[in-house]
Structures are given as structure tokens and as C-alpha cells.
Design a protein around this ligand. Structure first.
Ligand SMILES: *[C@@H]1O[C@H](CO)[C@@H](O)[C@H](O)[C@H]1NC(C)=O
Ligand SMILES: *[C@@H]1O[C@H](CO)[C@@H](O)[C@H](O)[C@H]1NC(C)=O
Ligand SMILES: *[C@@H]1O[C@H](CO)[C@@H](O)[C@H](O)[C@H]1NC(C)=O
Ligand SMILES: *[C@@H]1O[C@H](CO)[C@@H](O)[C@H](O)[C@H]1NC(C)=O
Ligand SMILES: *[C@@H]1O[C@H](CO)[C@@H](O)[C@H](O)[C@H]1NC(C)=O
Ligand SMILES: *[C@@H]1O[C@H](CO)[C@@H](O)[C@H](O)[C@H]1NC(C)=O
Ligand SMILES: *[C@@H]1O[C@H](CO)[C@@H](O)[C@H](O)[C@H]1NC(C)=O
Ligand SMILES: *[C@@H]1O[C@H](CO)[C@@H](O)[C@H](O)[C@H]1NC(C)=O
Length: 584
């Protein structure tokens, strides 16, 4: 009863907003403020879009405009998998939306994907999250084809509401079972000749081919020390995971498979997150409290309980009101549907071939893997993408190599032809942005902006000719620290005048901060470096390098003059790599 009353209120107030705001048809969906959110400068919208009027089937969406310059940034649709899990709950509030729930408030996510794009989170199919079908028979059987069709109808109706986005560069992204939803929707858009400016798709830890994906689990679990040699042996020779899963879904699990699986589960234990074998699990709040009391540990950087907090947050009446939503036919919002009967046979339908036809149509395809996920491990995905490239006769355009973010290896990548690429995200889970938000944003940035992933070429030796020959005095500098040269511009002696590196009083102003480890001191002829790093805390070790600021030489000059040419190499390198090494 209470919920009906509330519903009427929402509709009435939405109607009033609608008739008073004539300038835009989506004004009624604009979110004034989410409970507990910090102040932001971008618009957010949420509401229902009708899919089938007669059957009263509607999808719930949450749309965040880009933080800056939304009119020139692309539009990105995000779809979580399951099948049956919520893109608003998981994608927006746990992974890469602008806020993450924490207690009663929302915390700003510094690595939100709306830094690079306008992002549309969709709960699909009906039965997921707030999306509903008033005719509940719909839930009895839903498959990939129905989902893709409803998703396309959603897009058409959503664009009617947001016409200014209709011609925008459009990308479809998602993860996990999104390996079905995303390419299938992209394919349907092309076939239906919908007038959308579809540029590319990106899918993380996607289900692309049942046997290859699922059977790569055994080796992943074994190589990460989660199962023993003996169990690995059984898990490959007696019953593999695809076989187990098939039997389980068909309800004819054999004794042999059941034994092997019990053995696997016994060794895995209950306290490891198979979606990220290195991440801690969310413990019950009582347990967490005793942990805190016992150890007074710092709050972990990654909130492994963010999913629980999201469930609490999205079930708040005030939050639902602010999101212009309500529960229809269910008693609570759940992260994955408890009403939907999805056709599990669809899991076995391969979608890798659809990626091939998208590539042939000139749609950019990025497949990426959080490399700590044992559920859809990188090894299976990489094999599938490699195989596809071979099948399509695509030559490698970027050889398998590490890519960088914030001066550290963020993963490995390979590109094939102009439209297909693969990347791992180092240290990331199945839901990559949850555990590696910064690296995930860097990957997303490269993807939507059509840039190659930041690379460092060559070996350490090649990159840093000084690593052995120059170890100033007693300073012990690790080779890898030399990589932390950030921004060093070549300066003419004239430009260095007045703030030469070896003048005592100016020394600090030319230090480049590198995470408390190494400072490179040089003629910084770069406004950004000068301005940004000057006031920072200084590191323990300092290298004094000079490369031609002949007016301001000190005693160090003698040491370095012999290595003049080598300095030049370093400077050139630093110049090149400053754009490459630094993600932002
Ligand atoms: C409800 O949905 C089912 C399955 O989609 C359909 O067969 C049935 O006709 C619908 N009922 C009504 C009253 O529309
Ligand atoms: C493992 O799975 C594949 C794919 O379903 C199957 O062809 C193969 O026979 C299985 N092997 C074993 C030992 O169960
Ligand atoms: C298990 O069930 C499936 C689907 O009903 C059937 O095709 C398969 O032959 C069955 N397998 C065994 C070992 O009975
Ligand atoms: C791939 O490389 C081979 C050998 O260099 C070349 O003959 C072929 O044309 C290339 N294929 C494409 C699609 O570029
Ligand atoms: C590294 O290699 C890639 C491709 O081989 C190239 O595009 C890029 O410019 C290179 N970067 C540097 C710093 O030389
Ligand atoms: C470095 O070499 C250039 C010419 O190659 C010379 O003009 C310059 O004085 C040298 N600098 C030092 C510090 O020796
Ligand atoms: C550094 O890069 C700038 C811009 O790409 C270029 O103009 C300059 O010549 C480079 N300096 C060196 C030392 O390579
Ligand atoms: C810097 O980049 C230029 C052009 O991109 C290249 O020719 C040069 O070899 C690079 N220098 C170093 C030291 O990597």
C-alpha cells in the first residue's frame, strides 16, 4: 500500500516537472540530488523507458553526463552480465560510476568513466533490478535474442528522449555475460540499419565460447596455487569444468564429475573470491568489527563490501525516489535477478564469431581481461581472440607487450589489424574497475578516444643507457627508478638561465617528485613539471643530471661532462616517454 502511494507521488511530481520544463523532454528524468552525494557539476538522469506498452514492460536506466564538456564526448552504454545482473548496481555503483556508496553517503569516484564519456547504465532484461514486466509470465523464459531485441527498442526510445545524443559517437561496453549482450546488440543495430553512430564495443572478462572459457579455469586455479597438482590432474582428465557445468545445468551430474568438483571446492575453500583470487572477501560486519578492534588496520583501499553497501543504498526509499524508480512485482532490489528464468542453453552459444563480423564491418572491438579472475580467466579469452585474428587473417599491429599507467605496467596488450585488440588489466578482478579503477579508466580512455595504449619500448638497458654507467657517488639507484623520470624538456642555455638546476637556491624548484623514491633534477623546461612538482614533498634520493645548461654548472659538471651524450639520450627518452609513460 505504502509503495502505491509513493508511486503516485512520483508520477504526479514527474508530470509537473514535465509540463513546466518545456525546453527538454528528458527534464522529468533529471536527478536533482542523490541522497548523500557530494556536489558535482554534471547532470544525472534516471527513469523508466517503456519497451512494450501493452505488456507493460519497462527498463530502468541511469545516465551520467560527462564531467566536463558532455556535448563533445562520446556516448557509452554499459551492460553487466549474469545473465540477470544489474548494470546500475554493479556497473555504476560498484565499478565505474561517479559515486560509490559508503555507509549513509556516496563517495566521489576519482576514476569514474564519465571523465571520458557520457555513460548510460541499463538494467536489462526485464526482471533485472528495477526493470520489470507487469505480465510476470515473461520471466518464465528469456533468451539472448529477446534481450537483444528489447535492448534495441530501449535505445530507440531512449534516443527519442535524448535526441541530442542520437548522432554522437556511440560505444557499447560490458562484462562477463555481456560477452553475449554487447556483440549481439551491436550486431542487431547493424542488421536493423538503425541510424546510430556505432563506433566500437569493449567487453571485459567476457563469455565468448563456453568450452574454451570455462575449461581455462582449471589451469588458472592450479597455477595460482588454489588447487593441488592431484586435483588439477582430475579436473582436466576425469571431468573438466565445461563438462561439469553442462551436466549440472541439465540435471544429470555424474558421480565422477561430482566427486572431482567436490575435491576442487574443498581445496578452494569458502573464503576466496573466485572473481579475484588476490582480493580479500567481504566479511560480515560483526566479523569486520572484531578485526578492526584487534588489529586497528587501515581501511583497505578497495572497499570489498561495496556490493553490500549498494544493495542497502538502492533499497532506500529516498534513493529510489531520487532515481525516479520503484519496485514493480518484487519486494526488494537485488544485484542479480531472483525472478528471471534465463535460457541457460544460451551460455553455450559462441559469440566470438560475432566479434569477427563486427571487425569486418569496421567496428572497433576491444576485449580485455582482469588478470586475477578465475571465473573467465584471461588465458581462455586470449586464446579466443588470437584464434579470431588468425581466422580473419589479421596481422599483429601492436605486438604482445606491456602497457603502462602511472609509470607502472598496467597489463599486456596486443592489437590485430585496425579494429581488433586485446588487453589484460594487471591485478584486476572479473569486475576490473572494482579492484583496478585507475588502470581501467586508462584503458577506457584509450578505447573511446581511439588512442593506442601507453607503451614503453625496449628493455631497461636500452631505455636507460645510464643505468649502469652512471651511479652518482654513493647514491644507489635501482634501474627501475630511472624510469621515473617524468618530464624533462631540453632547454637552451638561455632558457635555463635564472633557474639552472645546479644553483643551490633553485634546486628544489626543479625536483621532480616520483613517489618518494627518486628525484630527477634537471633543466625543467616545462611549465607543467615546474608548476606541479615544485611544491611537492621531496624524495630521499636525488640524481643530479645536466644536459647542457652550461651557465649553471657546479662541481657536478666534471662528473657529468664525460657523459654529455648519454644525458642527451636520457633527455630525448624522457621527452618521448613523458607522454607515453604518464597516463594522465
Ligand atoms: C503474458 O506473457 C506471456 C509470455 O510472454 C504471453 O504468452 C501471454 O499472452 C501474456 N499475457 C497477457 C495477458 O498478455
Ligand atoms: C573437456 O571438455 C571438452 C569440451 O566440452 C570435451 O570435448 C572433452 O572431452 C572434455 N575432456 C575431459 C577429459 O573431460
Ligand atoms: C544429460 O542431459 C542432456 C539434456 O537433457 C542430454 O542431452 C545428455 O545426453 C544427458 N547426458 C547424460 C550423460 O545422460
Ligand atoms: C599480413 O602480412 C603478410 C606478410 O607480411 C602480408 O603478405 C599480408 O598482406 C598482410 N595481411 C594484411 C591483411 O595486412
Ligand atoms: C613504441 O612502439 C609503438 C609501436 O611499436 C610506437 O607506436 C610508439 O611510438 C613507440 N613509443 C616510443 C616511445 O618509441
Ligand atoms: C656537451 O657536448 C656539446 C657538444 O657535443 C658541448 O657543446 C657541450 O659543452 C657539452 N656539455 C658538457 C656539459 O660537457
Ligand atoms: C621533445 O618533444 C618536442 C615535442 O614533441 C619536440 O619539439 C622536441 O624537439 C623534443 N626534444 C627532444 C630533446 O627530443
Ligand atoms: C623519440 O621519438 C622519435 C620520434 O617519435 C624517435 O625518432 C626517436 O628515436 C625517439 N628517441 C628515443 C630516445 O626513444
Amino acid at each position: 500500500m505504502i509503495s502505491h502511494f509513493r508511486t503516485d507521488l512520483v508520477i504526479i511530481s514527474a508530470f509537473i516537472i514535465y509540463i513546466t520544463a518545456v525546453e527538454s523532454i528528458h527534464e522529468a528524468d533529471k536527478i536533482a540530488n542523490l541522497p548523500g552525494q557530494p556536489k558535482v557539476n554534471f547532470h544525472q538522469y534516471a527513469g523508466f523507458i517503456t519497451i512494450d506498452e501493452k505488456q507493460d514492460r519497462a527498463f530502468f536506466y541511469y545516465f551520467v553526463e560527462a564531467e566536463t564538456d558532455p556535448a563533445s564526448k562520446p556516448l557509452v552504454l554499459w551492460l553487466n552480465g549474469g545473465p540477470g545482473c544489474s548494470s546500475v548496481g554493479a556497473g555504476a555503483f560498484c565499478e565505474h560510476g561517479p559515486f560509490k556508496p559508503s555507509g549513509n553517503v556516496l563517495i566521489k569516484n576519482d576514476y569514474s568513466w564519465n571523465k571520458e564519456a557520457n555513460v548510460l547504465y541499463l538494467e536489462s532484461p526485464a526482471g533485472v533490478g528495477f526493470s520489470y514486466s507487469a505480465n510476470k509470465s515473461f520471466y518464465q523464459f528469456v533468451n539472448d535474442e529477446m534481450t537483444a531485441q528489447d535492448n534495441l527498442i530501449f535505445l530507440e526510445n531512449w534516443f527519442d528522449k535524448f535526441p541530442e545524443f542520437k548522432n554522437r559517437d556511440f560505444y557499447i561496453t560490458g562484462e562477463s555475460y555481456g560477452g553475449h549482450y554487447v556483440p549481439q546488440l551491436a550486431n542487431l543495430i547493424i542488421q536493423s540499419k538503425a541510424k546510430l553512430n556505432l563506433k566500437g564495443i569493449a567487453i571485459g572478462n567476457p563469455l565468448l565460447e563456453f568450452n574454451t572459457d570455462f575449461n581455462s579455469r582449471a589451469e588458472f586455479l592450479w597455477s595460482h596455487g588454489l588447487i593441488s597438482d592431484a586435483t588439477y590432474d582430475q579436473f582436466t582428465k576425469v571431468c573438466n569444468y565445461s563438462q561439469f557445468r553442462r551436466q549440472y545445468d541439465n540435471g544429470n551430474l555424474t558421480l565422477g564429475c561430482s566427486r572431482v568438483f567436490k575435491q576442487v571446492l574443498g581445496e578452494l575453500g569458502k573464503f576466496v573470491d573466485t572473481y579475484d583470487v588476490t582480493l580479500d572477501v567481504c566479511l560480515s560486519s560483526a566479523y569486520m568489527q572484531s578485526e578492526v578492534l584487534n588489529q586497528l588496520k587501515d581501511k583497505p583501499k578497495i572497499d570489498v563490501c561495496v556490493e553490500d553497501e549498494t544493495i542497502v543504498y538502492l533499497n532506500r526509499i529516498d534513493v529510489q525516489k531520487a532515481l525516479h524508480t520503484r519496485l514493480v512485482g518484487v519486494n526488494q532490489w537485488t544485484i542479480c535477478s531472483e525472478v528471471l528464468h534465463y535460457d541457460m542453453q544460451n551460455l553455450e552459444v559462441p559469440t566470438i564469431g560475432i566479434l569477427g563480423s563486427l571487425v569486418k564491418s569496421g567496428i572497433r572491438v576491444l576485449v580485455y581481461s582482469g588478470d586475477q579472475d578465475s571465473v573467465i580467466p584471461l588465458t581462455g579469452t586470449r586464446t579466443l581472440v588470437n584464434g579470431l585474428a588468425k581466422e580473419l587473417g589479421l596481422n599483429t599491429t601492436v605486438p604482445y607487450s606491456p602497457w603502462f599507467e602511472g609509470r607502472q605496467v598496467a597489463g599486456w596488450t596486443q592489437a590485430y589489424g585496425n579494429f581488433l585488440s586485446y588487453a589484460t588489466i594487471r591485478g584486476a578482478s572479473h569486475e576490473a574497475p572494482l579492484s583496478q579503477p585507475e588502470r581501467s579508466l586508462a584503458l577506457f580512455d584509450s578505447f573511446v578516444n581511439g588512442k593506442q595504449l601507453p607503451q614503453m619500448n625496449g628493455t631497461m638497458e636500452e631505455r636507460n643507457p645510464l643505468s649502469h654507467s652512471l651511479k652518482p657517488n654513493n647514491h644507489h639507484v635501482e634501474e627501475e627508478q630511472v624510469l621515473k623520470v617524468i618530464t624533462v624538456g631540453e632547454s637552451s642555455p638561455g632558457r635555463c638561465r635564472g633557474r639552472g638546476v645546479f644553483r643551490e637556491k633553485d634546486t628544489k624548484a626543479n625536483l621532480v617528485e616520483t613517489e618518494g623514491k627518486l628525484l630527477l633534477l634537471a633543466c625543467v623546461d616545462n611549465k607543467e613539471a615546474h608548476g606541479n612538482y615544485a611544491e611537492k614533498d621531496y624524495a630521499k634520493e636525488v640524481w643530479y643530471l645536466d644536459f647542457g645548461c652550461s651557465n649553471h654548472m657546479s662541481g657536478n659538471r666534471r662528473l657529468f661532462s664525460k657523459l654529455n651524450e648519454t644525458f642527451r639520450e636520457i633527455v630525448k627518452f624522457a621527452n618521448n616517454s613523458s607522454t607515453n609513460v604518464m597516463g594522465k
